[in-house]
Design a protein around this ligand. Structure first.
Ligand SMILES: *Cc1c(COP(=O)(O)O)cnc(C)c1O
Length: 374
């Protein structure tokens, strides 16, 4: 008798489809027989500047201790974050990327009898971690591609344990200002945890940008998540963290793996926090690149969703998959987001000026080939 092993998986997991990452450069190089250096990847919201030199030097230094387990408490990194953000070290939970923290939060606070609320078009990891623990996802229809915060607050029931809010959101780039986030938090019962995912907060340029850290004292049910993967340029090392009350952090620390952040990653993240210049350059390059892409889209008559992140969702029409493939043939990797329910859009990460130009050029050719160019 043969056993249906897939049938043995918990129900939520059976219904899962795996996270679809951006296509790696090495894969496209193999497929097209291209030199990897000829390929431009604008698919995973990675930092186009390359890593900070300070981070690289710290990694090299840390290599001598590869035989040792990392500091499971991340003492030095927590001290640095604590001083920088004005929170207690006991409010910080480190993760193997903020993805790790998002998952730990779900496992700690939701179960098979819980509902987890998030928005349509929100970051794909929220439904993933929700289903993996057998909780019920409650997807609230978006408003103008962004979170409908009033509707999300109204979707909270006695079964709701968690609400995920991505601000700015990926893949839409939409953002809510400080007043909107505060008003939203004011409507959520204190026994429902709100996860404010600020993976792109360093890129925000508005006057009334929310700062989750400043809200922690007033909203004890708030968990703020941040990452070193984007503006800090360390996506390959996997370091992120959450900020919360010490009580919540204590719970998260019980469930996270004891050595979830590697020694090399800890060293790099600790060092990069001293590289303020790198952060400023990341921000400046992003602002300039976003403008470059928006102007090109305007000229081409393409609609896009104004973005507060390091990426932008551009509407290329129902043949988006064909456009994506044509871009690949030109050596440009972007991200199709049909999986997010956005089959007419492609998400493009902001690159360096020459990369953006190459992408724009390839996009015009791809659209012309698809018979819908401007
Ligand atoms: C990229 C991203 C993250 C961060 O992922 P890491 O695991 O820290 O690399 C978290 N949330 C959103 C919305 C993101 O786009």
């Amino acid at each position: 008798m043969s056993i249906d092993y897939q049938g043995l998986a918990v129900k939520g997991v059976q219904a899962l489809s795996p996270y679809q990452p951006g296509k790696p450069i090495s894969e496209l190089a193999r497929e097209l027989g291209l030199n990897p250096s000829e390929i431009i990847k604008l698919a995973s919201n990675e930092n186009p500047l390359g890593p900070s030199e300070k981070a690289v030097a710290a990694v090299e230094h840390a290599l001598t201790d590869l035989c040792l387990y990392p500091d499971g408490n991340g003492f030095e990194l927590k001290q640095k974050l604590s001083a920088r953000l004005g929170v207690g070290a006991d409010q910080i939970t480190l993760g193997n990327g903020s993805n790790d923290v998002l998952e730990v939060i779900a496992r700690c606070f939701a179960g098979s009898d819980s509902e987890v609320v998030f928005s349509q078009y929100a970051f794909a990891v929220y439904p993933l971690v929700t289903q993996a623990i057998g909780a019920t996802p409650v997807t609230v229809p978006a408003k103008d591609w962004g979170h409908d915060l009033d509707a999300m607050a109204a979707a909270v029931t006695e079964h709701t344990r968690l609400v995920f809010v991505a601000n700015p959101n990926n893949p839409t780039g939409t953002v809510h200002d400080a007043d909107a986030i505060e008003a939203f938090l004011g409507k959520i019962p204190e026994d429902v945890l709100v996860v404010l995912d600020e993976a792109y907060c360093e890129y925000m340029t508005g006057k009334k940008d929310p700062d989750g850290v400043a809200l922690l004292n007033r909203f004890p049910n708030l968990i703020v998540c941040r990452t070193f993967s984007k503006a800090w340029g360390l996506a390959g090392l996997r370091v992120g963290y959450s900020l919360s009350s010490p009580a919540i952090a204590d719970i998260l620390n019980r469930v996270r793996q004891p050595f979830n952040v590697s020694s090399v990653a800890l060293a790099a993240a600790t060092a990069v926090l001293d590289d303020e210049d790198y952060l400023q350059r990341s921000r400046a390059a992003n602002a300039a690149g976003l403008k470059q892409l928006e102007e090109a889209f305007d000229q081409m008559g393409l609609r896009y969703i104004p973005s507060s992140g390091n990426f932008i969702a551009v509407e290329v029409g129902p043949q988006a998959m064909g456009v994506y493939q044509a871009l690949l043939a030109h050596g440009v990797i972007v991200r199709p987001i049909a999986g997010y329910g956005m089959p007419n859009h492609l998400r493009v990460t902001v690159g360096l000026p020459a990369e953006n130009e190459h992408f724009i050029d390839a996009l015009s050719k791809a659209l012309a080939a698809a018979g819908q160019g401007a």
